[in-house]
Design a protein around this ligand. Structure first.
Ligand code: IPE
Ligand code: MG
Length: 225
């Protein structure tokens, strides 16, 4: 969900106002996604790299995550199940503060009975950290480091692989997001910043997904040449 800062700058507002607008637009994108019968929406809220931002900005973004995980009434009305992905809280390198952990746990348990879309928020998430974590788990379980075994050790191994990757605000990079899971996925790039990301953007991204329907099993068990 990139471009909050630029959205604010262009309006002569502080960056924090951009993050606030971004959180509000996420609520709108969730509604639009539910209306389109999307099964899984995974959003990058905060990365393992984002902690180096100025303290005040980080604090503001953390508060917005508390707010977003707190939208339980709204999520229940939409029949949305909440998930979270990131460095496990008991990992010595994890940095999610306790009050955000509590909000995450509450959102997950209060929406666990919902049967509609799964919305996963990546927070304190990094793809390289996830892949390294999977490799360590295989080593301690004395398992073969095969593609299938690696896939089974990802943080949320039950999740299907990515159908389409979206990046906003004119950036055409993936930046440590779901590198393992997005193996065959097409990417939708838009110049719109995250607060501007619209239902039309969503439809264009879905068109791409449809066009390049990935067959994950082809990547899971590559045939020897
Ligand atoms: C995305 O917006 C929010 C986070 C990465 C937490 P940015 O803050 O990266 O906005 P730009 O890239 O500076 O415009
Ligand atoms: Mg950015």
């Amino acid at each position: 969900m990139d471009g909050n800062g630029r959205w604010a700058q262009r309006r002569g507002l502080p960056r924090t106002a951009g993050h606030t607008a971004g959180e509000e637009n996420l609520a709108a994108v969730v509604r639009a996604s539910v209306a389109r019968n999307i099964d899984y929406l995974t959003v990058f809220g905060f990365s393992t790299e984002n902690w180096i931002r100025p303290r005040g900005e980080v604090r503001h973004i953390l508060g917005l995550h508390k707010k977003l995980f707190g939208r339980i009434t709204e999520l229940n009305e939409l029949n949305v199940k909440v998930q979270w992905v990131g460095r496990p809280f008991d990992d010595p390198t994890a940095r999610t503060p306790r009050y955000v952990q509590r909000a995450i746990r509450k959102a997950i348990s209060d929406t666990a009975g919902n049967t509609g879309m799964t919305m996963t928020v990546a927070f304190d998430y990094g793809s390289r950290t996830e892949i390294a974590h999977a490799a360590r788990r295989l080593i301690s379980a004395r398992q073969e480091p095969s593609v299938l075994n690696m896939s089974n050790q990802m943080y949320l191994s039950d999740m299907p692989e990515v159908d389409v990757l979206v990046r906003t605000s004119g950036e055409t990079r993936i930046s440590n997001f779901l590198l393992w899971q997005a193996v065959g996925a097409p990417s939708y790039f838009t110049d719109n910043t995250w607060p501007e990301f619209s239902a039309e953007d969503l439809d264009l991204a879905l068109q791409l997904a449809q066009q390049f329907k990935t067959h994950e099993t082809a990547y899971l068990a590559p045939r020897p040449n």
